[in-house]
Design a protein around this ligand. Structure first.
Ligand SMILES: [Zn+2]
Ligand SMILES: [Zn+2]
Length: 93
């Protein structure tokens, strides 16, 4: 099993598109990321982190402001969540 790229816990991972597909239609976003393969550009993260990202950050803001792992890790509330989730060791659902 691999570790989540955000919280670093060994979890079942899901793929998060750093540039959400919805935004491919927006011209300046597409042009900015022309050299990238947007379909495969993303990070593998656990379901908890993934859920929290989408809860905290709207799609448009993800594409514009939080389109890298480093930027996501600098999001205040997400940072707090990651710290919290790391302290929850192997909790059974
Ligand atoms: Zn995680
Ligand atoms: Zn996602």
């Amino acid at each position: 099993m691999n570790n989540c790229e955000l919280c670093n816990r060994a979890q079942e991972l899901t793929f998060h598109h750093l540039i959400p597909k919805k935004n491919h239609k927006i011209k300046h976003i597409r042009e900015k990321h022309n050299s990238l393969n947007i379909n495969t550009y993303g990070i593998k993260i656990c379901k908890d982190c993934h859920k929290m990202i989408h809860k905290l950050i709207p799609h448009k803001s993800l594409a514009l402001d939080y389109n890298s792992k480093e930027k996501l890790l600098n999001h205040n509330d997400l940072k707090k969540f990651i710290q919290w989730v790391k302290s929850q060791t192997k909790k059974v659902k």
